[in-house]
Design a protein around this ligand. Structure first.
Ligand SMILES: [Zn+2]
Ligand SMILES: [Zn+2]
Length: 126
């Protein structure tokens, strides 16, 4: 029976992450998944997320002075950027990339990767 409960909780947490269409914080995952399975606790979400991270299914999105968010690894593997709404604190995916960033570098420097987070107000907060 415990096994079955675990599977139901795991499925609810997985589906919260895959259907959100944007990276979710632990609190947001708890909120979403408990709409389906009301008994899910914060502890369970942490445990399941750690497991999904270890299995490579979910990737953490880390931002300075922000709680980690999580997105499906298949989304994380495609180069993209994020938008942080400074009013509601939700993080969104941004398609595309400005590119040509190496033109910003001093002479002799080599660019190997970049991270870019846009900030402002989302459509719901404007
Ligand atoms: Zn917002
Ligand atoms: Zn980029």
């Amino acid at each position: 029976m415990a096994e079955r409960r675990n599977t139901i909780q795991l499925d609810a947490i997985k589906s919260a992450i895959t259907t959100a269409g944007r990276p979710l914080s632990i609190e947001e995952i708890l909120l979403e998944s408990s709409k389906k399975v009301s008994t899910i606790s914060l502890r369970t979400v942490y445990r399941v997320i750690r497991k999904l991270e270890e299995e490579g299914e979910v990737t953490a999105v880390t931002l300075p002075s922000q709680p980690d968010r999580y997105e499906p690894s298949e989304v994380a593997d495609r180069h993209h950027h994020h938008f942080l709404c400074t009013s509601c604190d939700r993080l969104f995916d941004v398609d595309g990339c400005p590119g040509r960033l190496k033109s910003l570098l001093p002479d002799g420097f080599v660019l190997t990767e970049h991270e870019l987070t846009l900030k402002g107000l989302c459509a719901a907060c404007t």
